[in-house]
Design a protein around this ligand. Structure first.
Ligand code: F6P
Length: 550
């Protein structure tokens, strides 16, 4: 939306902030016994509770007015029907089509894309099933280990999904190599048998230097251990660049394509999900797609005030632009979602970490927050001190299942109790009077009480959302991811930025290519010019330390 319109809304919202600063969230609950249900939404087996944020109906109405001004209703139609959402790369962002029903058709360049999607999905499902049932034969027999080589969106989605859905695994073991650091490849493959290892080279562009370096390492690793004629069987390509996959030597039958209108960080729903399909099977993967579609339908059809991703986005704007909170923590009380914060880091920060608006002008408003997090309860014993008493306020998303997949639910109840306790503690805090009352009961001297009391005060009013779902199934995982995708889209629309490009990653890649030759052994001792004294010094020192220079 135009920044001038956003400015007006932010100004009004700041008045709401001044008003709400005078009242605690505890008081807001006391004054409204319908607050918990007013500020929560149920969808399928999932509850989204946003009542612990410092909001009230008036401020929510203003946030909803902002959504109206940003014309989110039309923007979402455009997204789903193939508008040129990613205008700097001149293409739509149609990841939602990958999980949509056959009708209505969606046209890109005059062609309905649904038949292509279905055809490719069928091939992927058939292939994943023959790998799982052992009928796909490598030089040493059925596939025992699958290694996905990819980075960013070609790694984080399938990797997170494979970890999240462990209870649904059967078939070969799945591993992920992403880092160009040779240690990653080494440590993952060291115990694998080359004769029964299948490499999936996942790269939208098939030019990403880290992925191509690791793919070549894989080729070398197989050479001499596998008959030369069989090496091809050990490689699968997932890409939009079919020329490059062929040039790498992967035949058409073992290449699964997708389309430039699927962004890398939105690609777990495409061929890039193959390792996840192999892990959980095509039926479960279909459930994952169905969950994503259910969230799409919710986003498309629900009124703004009952729309989970819209509300997530608006509360995010409230925190980022009205209160100035710089970061946002993702705290899954679900150990299998350990990679979910990292996944959302790319999804959110690569999408909305931008300072230029669609009109080419500098944004006057802060855009995407820093996303970070770790699973609970581990985080409680590491960084929650700062969440409760630090000088920065960190809005948090808690995610937790009512039921675990493990037989014994006792630990699950402990886990859930901790999750609910943390959001409650963040909200309520503990006043000085209460602390003093408590210390008095411990028979401490007035001097001791005076020294200790301030340290035990929690100011409270620390905001959070909670997602409570029945169980972490493929369907629920699909829903959660799609809700976050749409939240990011809504925020990008409000900030007036293109959430689907990523020009900010280019410069570092280019400079790495320039610096790389300077680090070669035979360049040691030669005059260095990186056009930067600090980098020159580092390159020189590198040669000394790596033993290249006597
Ligand atoms: O460098 C960023 C990026 O382009 C991401 O957007 C993408 O997910 C990742 O690199 C990997 O790209 P590719 O799938 O083309 O190898």
């Amino acid at each position: 939306m135009p920044q001038s319109a956003l400015k007006k809304h932010i100004k009004t919202l700041r008045q709401h902030r001044s008003r709400l600063e005078q009242v605690s969230v505890r008081e807001l609950f006391d004054a409204d016994n319908g607050r918990a249900s007013r500020f929560s939404i149920e969808e399928d087996t999932l509850l989204f509770d946003y009542s612990k944020n410092r909001i009230d109906p008036d401020c929510m109405n203003e946030l909803l007015a902002l959504a109206k001004s940003a014309d989110i209703e039309n923007a979402r139609i455009g997204l789903f029907t193939g508008d040129n959402a990613n205008f700097t790369e001149n293409r739509p962002a149609l990841h939602t089509a990958l999980r949509a029903k056959d009708k209505p058709e969606i046209f890109v360049n005059g062609e309905d894309i649904k038949p292509q999607i279905n055809q490719m999905k069928l091939r992927l499902f058939e292939f994943s099933e023959i790998v799982r049932d052992g009928s796909y034969q490598l030089s040493g027999g059925p596939v025992r280990d699958v290694v996905n080589i990819g980075i960013g969106g070609s790694d984080l989605g399938p990797q997170m999904g494979v970890a999240a859905l462990k209870p649904y695994h059967s078939g070969p073991r799945i591993h992920f190599v992403s880092n160009v650091d040779g240690a990653d490849f080494h440590d993952k493959v060291t115990k694998l048998d080359p004769a029964t290892t299948l490499f999936i080279i996942a790269s939208k562009s098939f030019t990403t230097s880290e992925t191509m370096a690791n793919a070549n390492l894989a080729k070398n690793w197989l050479t001499d251990k596998v008959p030369a004629d069989d090496i091809g069987l050990h490689f699968i390509a997932l890409s939009t660049n079919l020329e490059a996959t062929a040039a790498f030597g992967i035949v058409k039958e073992r290449t699964f394509g997708f389309w430039d209108w699927v962004g890398g960080r939105y690609s777990v729903w495409s061929a890039i999900g193959l390792s996840l399909m192999i892990a959980i099977g095509s039926k479960n993967y279909q459930q994952f797609l169905d969950g994503g579609r259910a969230a799409d339908e919710h986003f498309q059809n629900c009124d703004m005030k009952e729309n989970i991703p819209v509300l997530m986005a608006l509360i995010g704007i409230w925190h980022r632009n009205v209160w100035g909170f710089p970061t946002h923590a993702i705290l899954p009380y679900d150990n299998r979602l350990a990679r979910f914060p990292a996944y959302l880091q790319q999804l959110d920060m690569e999408s909305n970490g931008k300072h230029i608006c669609s009109d080419g002008k500098l944004s006057k408003f802060a855009t995407g927050p820093i996303i970070w997090g770790e699973p609970g309860t581990n985080g409680q014993h590491a960084f929650y001190q700062l969440l409760h008493q630090g000088t920065d306020i960190v809005p948090c998303d808690f995610l937790v299942a009512a039921k675990s997949h493990e037989k014994n639910q006792t630990q699950q109840r402990m886990l859930v109790a901790n999750c609910f306790a943390q959001s409650k503690a963040m909200m309520l805090g503990r006043t000085l009077e209460r602390v003093i009352g408590h210390l008095k009961r411990l028979d401490l001297s007035p001097q001791q009480i005076e020294t200790l009391a301030p340290h035990k005060v929690f100011e409270g009013n620390r905001p959070s959302n909670t997602f409570l779902y029945q169980q972490l199934t493929p369907y629920v995982l699909g829903q959660l991811i799609a809700f976050y995708e749409h939240k990011i889209f809504v925020q990008g629309t409000i900030w007036g930025i293109n959430s689907f490009d990523q020009w900010g990653v280019e410069l570092g890649k280019q400079l790495a290519n320039e610096i790389r030759p300077l680090l070669e052994e035979d360049n040691s001792g030669k005059p260095i010019s990186t056009r930067g004294p600090s980098t020159n010094m580092l390159v020189k020192k590198f040669h000394q330390l790596s033993g290249n220079q006597k």
